[in-house]
Design a protein around this ligand. Structure first.
Ligand SMILES: Nc1ncnc2c1ncn2[C@@H]1O[C@H](COP(=O)(O)OP(=O)(O)OP(=O)(O)O)[C@@H](O)[C@H]1O
Length: 431
């Protein structure tokens, strides 16, 4: 006999309600994930739910005669007309959410074109250990992104009413080793979406990219990493217009409830059409480590909330020294048996990095040269180094020169605004 889908949906919904714990008898089961304990309503038990201010009584009835089960719903007559349909709709939606959360998240990668006869995507269970909580970043920014995703998940009707495709695009940008890929993994887990990671070097042309998009499913996170590097390359298989169409073209509306994530080291050289709202809705900056991020890493990696060397670490950060969270995390992991040694090694690494940076190129000097000689726009060398991985010490020097640049009346002082912003803390910008 075929299973009654409605029965299954309603039962799953009822078992998810906190009021299950109030029933006289409930059964305990282990869930799909380790450490999961699931409560399930026992036979002939009642449960109360509330919806739009109405009280609803459910009974999980088992027939003594043939052992068949039924769920009996009792609603007050005066509420029936008002709430029955929306309530059933609410159960369907809640079930979909529960089902989605239980699902095993999978990672899809695009195979090389020759293996096309088996489809372009290869998948495996997504076992990346990062979650949003394990990424050290500004708590406020983290919460804003979480609530942005939560509100996206609940916005189906809203998007439909506007005639817009139900999708959202995020740009995660910042220096290497600052947690962008880890955050993507965290987003996938948070959303319980499968991840489709598009390797553009395995895409043959614009229509191949279109095909890949068409072969993704709804409720998925589509990722392109290092997009800036791809766009900057001289000859690429996929054109800029292919990328633009992928992000927001007619094909991007096939399938819905999708999140697209692009990562970049910097967005200053990117064609603005790539970044316009609709193509990118939320911009999140991932900075190098500051003292606050250091403390988060010390807490997660070394179990330290405080340490006598912390003031010294703070001092080094104040001189403008900085490393990526990846570099600092690695030092902590290698020295995890001795927290003091770990922190001392971090201090030395920060100091060394600071000296190296000063020695290898003083942006302040280069900028002064460019201001006194060629125009800033012409100075490719200067622009290149401006946007490479620079620490805040040189940024300080920059700031001194900032006024000078402004006073000199050069148009592109906006570039320095960008630079200043990019070297501040985590930032989120919702378009
Ligand atoms: N903010 C962070 N919090 C915790 N761990 C981090 C953070 N940033 C980096 N890491 C650790 O450093 C390693 C590299 O991080 P990840 O690959 O996410 O950086 P990325 O910004 O994507 O780098 P790239 O631009 O080079 O791809 C990972 O093991 C990750 O756990």
């Amino acid at each position: 006999m075929q299973e009654n889908q409605l029965y299954r949906r309603v039962l799953t919904y009822l078992n998810s309600l906190p009021s299950v714990e109030d029933s006289d008898y409930a059964n305990l089961y282990s869930g799909a994930k380790s450490n999961d304990i699931v409560l399930a309503l026992d036979d002939n038990q009642t449960l109360i739910d509330t919806f739009l201010s109405a009280r609803l009584h459910w009974k999980n009835e088992k027939s003594d005669r043939d052992g068949s089960r039924a769920l009996i719903l009792k609603i007050r007559k005066k509420d029936k007309r008002r709430i029955l349909r929306p309530y059933l709709q609410h159960i369907h939606t809640a079930f979909d959410e529960i089902d989605q959360r239980k699902k095993e998240v999978r990672l899809y990668i695009n195979a090389e074109a020759e293996t096309e006869r088996n489809g372009r995507w290869r998948s495996l269970p997504f076992s990346h250990p990062s979650t949003i909580d394990t990424v050290a970043m500004d708590a406020d920014v983290k919460n804003k992104i979480k609530s942005d995703m939560e509100s996206f998940l609940k916005s189906r009707q809203y998007y439909h009413r506007l005639g817009r495709v139900w999708k959202r695009s995020y740009l995660l940008y910042g220096p290497s080793g600052t947690g962008k890929s880890s955050f993507v993994a965290g987003m996938a887990k948070f959303l319980c979406y499968d991840v489709y990671n598009i390797d553009l070097s395995n895409v043959t042309d614009d229509s191949d990219l279109k095909m890949l998009l068409l072969q993704t499913t709804s409720k998925s996170l589509i990722v392109i990493e290092d997009l800036d590097r791809y766009l900057a390359a001289k000859s690429t298989a996929v054109s800029l217009s292919g990328i633009l169409n992928f992000m927001d073209g007619i094909f991007s509306c096939c399938g819905e409830e999708r999140v697209m994530v692009f990562t970049m080291n910097g967005k200053d050289q990117i064609d603005p059409t790539v970044l316009r709202p609709g193509r990118i809705d939320v911009h999140v900056y991932f900075p190098l480590c500051d003292f606050s991020a250091f403390k988060t890493l010390a807490s997660s990696h070394l179990g330290l909330k405080e340490h006598k060397l912390f003031p010294q670490v703070e001092e080094v950060f104040q001189t403008g020294a900085s490393l990526s969270p990846a570099e600092i995390g690695e030092i902590m992991i290698s020295n995890r048996t001795s927290p003091s040694r770990a922190i001392k090694t971090v201090i030395t690494a920060l100091q060394t990095n600071n000296v190296d940076r000063r020695g290898s190129g003083n942006i302040g000097q280069r900028l002064t040269q460019s201001l006194s000689g060629r125009s800033y726009e012409e100075s490719g060398e200067c622009t290149g180094s401006l946007f490479s991985r620079e620490g805040s010490h040189t940024i300080k020097e920059f700031r001194k020169l900032y006024g000078l640049l402004r006073r000199s009346g050069r148009k592109n002082s906006a570039d320095l605004d960008v630079l200043e912003k990019e070297n501040s803390r985590h930032e989120i910008e919702v378009k």
